[in-house]
Write a protein that binds this ligand. Structure first.
Ligand SMILES: Cc1cc2nc3c(=O)[nH]c(=O)nc-3n(C[C@H](O)[C@H](O)[C@H](O)COP(=O)(O)OP(=O)(O)OC[C@H]3O[C@@H](n4cnc5c(N)ncnc54)[C@H](O)[C@@H]3O)c2cc1C
Length: 287
């Protein structure tokens, strides 16, 4: 099938993007890497009147480290994140996640902002952003605002982005001493969206865990931060009892939001989440 007819514009400033979004009053879509949007158009799951191609906005592209803050622009390609020395050094969780995002050809075009705005519940970057407590930068005609990743994902493919707004990028806190990252996912084939996954981040010093964040994806309608699992890890050593306590906590954290997909029941996903939680706790020790 081919896409329904649409108009195309490639603005050279954000002001022009806002003009176009306003003129089209909800009938336009932003085009970034096109890896999800064009497939949706070709399958006629979406039929916007206009595509607004933001690839000419160089200010939205790139990775910048400023003190303790790592800023990722919305147009930064997945491949750039995967290959960046700054990301490997300051945001190792994202470095670990990137090879799991689709396939190389898709990573060459797909963008950080596209993945966040699309908000697929099984996508890796939204979960990393939640685990790392990133702050998203959003702009509209009336100015800029910031939204914590932990409040941005509202439901299935649903975010806090409002009509007329553009995601500019995200600010992350750079890795602090003593902190470690673990990223694990289960897929039917490498490069597929996850059946279940976890993006984890914690301090592990003097044999004890602290300040842990475990964000599960592919389980519910959006990435889920496991609060009880965090509590079970706090000030605990790496021991079989800790792993068992975290796995049990994860079951309680995810039970209410777990939903099945075409191939896996919610109970299967919960089981996989508990298995991944156990592996993540081990990986967070760095052993
Ligand atoms: C076969 C296949 C397998 C894939 N597997 C995975 C996978 O395993 N994991 C994964 O995470 N992804 C996967 N993807 C998706 C891929 O990562 C996409 O690149 C990503 O979801 C969307 O990024 P994009 O830049 O291509 O966005 P686009 O397709 O251009 O846009 C996606 C949506 O986001 C909106 N949007 C884009 N940028 C902005 C912005 N700056 N502000 C506001 N709205 C914006 C668009 O309007 C559109 O609604 C897969 C894609 C394919 C085709």
């Amino acid at each position: 099938m081919k896409a329904a007819a649409f108009a195309y514009a490639k603005p050279s400033s954000l002001a022009e993007v806002f003009d176009l979004l306003e003129q089209c009053s909800g009938e336009a879509r932003i085009l970034a890497g096109g890896q999800s949007l064009l497939a949706a158009l070709n399958m006629r799951l979406a039929a916007p009147a206009m595509l607004i191609d933001i690839n000419g906005l160089a200010e939205l592209d790139g990775i910048a480290v400023n003190g303790e803050t790592v800023r990722i622009g919305a147009l930064t390609r997945h491949r750039s994140l995967e290959r960046s020395a700054e990301i490997a050094r300051h945001l190792p969780l994202i470095r670990l996640a990137m090879p799991h995002v689709a396939h190389a050809a898709i990573r060459n075009r797909g963008t950080f902002g596209g993945s966040i705005a699309y908000a697929d519940p099984a996508a890796e970057l939204p979960a990393c952003s939640v685990a790392l407590d990133a702050m998203f930068r959003i702009a509209g005609r009336r100015g800029e605002r910031s939204v914590p990743a932990r409040q941005f994902f509202k439901g299935l493919y649903e975010t806090d982005l409002q009509p007329g707004e553009v995601l500019l990028g995200a600010d992350f806190r750079a890795l602090r001493p003593g902190y470690r990252a673990a990223f694990l996912e289960l897929t039917r084939r490498h490069g597929d969206y996850a059946v279940a996954g976890v993006a984890a981040h914690a301090r592990f010093e003097n044999g004890r865990f602290a300040d842990a964040s475990l964000a599960f994806f592919g389980i519910g309608a959006r990435p889920v931060l496991a609060a009880r699992a965090r509590a079970a890890l706090e000030d605990s050593p790496y021991a079989p009892e800790t792993v068992a306590a975290v796995q049990s906590a994860v079951g309680a954290d995810l039970e209410a939001c777990a939903c099945g997909d075409l191939y896996h029941a919610a109970t299967t996903k919960l089981h996989l989440a508990r298995v991944l939680a156990g592996r993540a706790v081990h990986a967070l020790t760095g052993a």
